[in-house]
Design a protein around this ligand. Structure first.
Ligand code: BV8
Ligand code: ZN
Length: 256
């Protein structure tokens, strides 16, 4: 994924840098594409996870009850990948922006924890995370850490005997209330939104930039591909990879 910084892209990056410098409250929203250059597979791209399976077969309550071993095998692979993978330069550029501009909130659909690994603060995990798992029957037993021993016998079980489920938001589940409320409040109050690496397919995360646009706020989209957000009035398209474009934005803002 070597996206070249063409002259036109360099011009748009300079424009985006001016918008970022001028913005009061900037909010960043990221999806699976933000982690692509760290080696995490996206959901819907050419190498996407969902290629072999439908989302409902894996990240859903009936999927995990129907085939718990398959879903736990998939989450085990992902957990191992996330633990081994390192944030790419785009992550550190975003962290540099966050520390330079004042800690802006970062809303992510990702559960890989790479934003935190790159030293970012105020990370709002809309779709949960892979750090812990809980009882599928909510029996009251405390959450368990997602460590390698949990995967010795699939599916892992709660002390009550029911199966465990990773503390991610499965399809059909409500998002964490506080995180979602804050995300909507930020979409409703920001002066600028930076949207990186999302196909804009999954709701309600996909509604956040639309709320900002409806208020007349500009949205900068960093994505090598076209999405439903790209052609909307008020969106500035930086058609490139996060790992290439973000360091160029930092160079344009901080000259380094
Ligand atoms: C809910 C779990 C309310 C953790 C995930 C019909 C129409 C509309 C909506 C619905 C519908 N039917 C059902 C719904 C609601 C449903 C939904 O939106 N379904 C979609 C599929 C249509 N949403 C829900 O169920 C949500 N809950 O609404 O609750 C409710 C509940 C009960 C009763 C009443 C109401 C829950 C959604 C959360 C689901 N969990 N993950 C995990 O396993 O990770 S979603 C999963 O997809 C991930 O979290 C992921 O983040 C998310 C979205 O994908 P993206 O991040 O956008 O990634 P994707 O691969 O799609 O795209 C990658 C992008 O990156 C591409 O654009 C690519 O071009 C770009 N890219 C590639 N390389 C790079 C790059 N960009 C930059 N740099 C690069 N190098
Ligand atoms: Zn239990």
């Amino acid at each position: 994924m070597e996206s070249v910084i063409t002259e036109s892209l360099a011009y748009l990056i300079a424009e985006a840098a001016d918008m970022i410098e001028a913005a009061g409250l900037m909010v960043v929203s990221t999806g699976a594409g933000m982690s692509k250059e760290s080696g995490v597979r996206t959901f819907r791209g050419e190498d996407g996870f969902w290629k072999e399976y439908r989302a409902e077969d894996l990240a859903s309550l009936e999927g995990i009850t129907r085939n718990p071993a398959l879903v736990w095998e998939w989450y085990g692979d992902r957990l191992k990948a996330c633990q081994e993978l390192k944030p790419h330069t785009g992550y550190y550029a975003l962290a540099r922006l966050q520390h330079g501009k004042g800690i802006f909130p970062l809303i992510t659909q990702n559960v890989d924890g790479l934003h935190q690994k790159a030293g970012m603060e105020d990370v709002i995990e809309l779709h949960g995370n892979l750090r812990t798992a809980s009882c599928i029957d909510s029996c009251g037993a405390s959450r368990v850490q997602m460590t390698a021993d949990l995967f010795e016998k699939l599916p892992p079980r709660c002390s009550c005997g029911s199966i465990l489920r990773p503390d991610v938001v499965l399809f059909g589940e409500q998002l964490p209330e506080q995180a979602l409320k804050r995300a909507f409040r930020l979409a409703d109050s920001c002066d600028l939104m930076l949207v990186i690496g999302t196909s804009m397919v999954v709701y309600p995360a996909s509604s956040l930039p639309l709320i900002a646009l409806r208020r007349g706020v500009k949205v900068i989209e960093i994505n090598p591909e076209e999405t439903p957000l790209s052609s909307l009035d008020g969106t500035l398209n930086l058609r490139g990879a996060a790992g290439r474009v973000l360091p160029e934005i930092v160079k344009a803002v901080y000259g380094e």
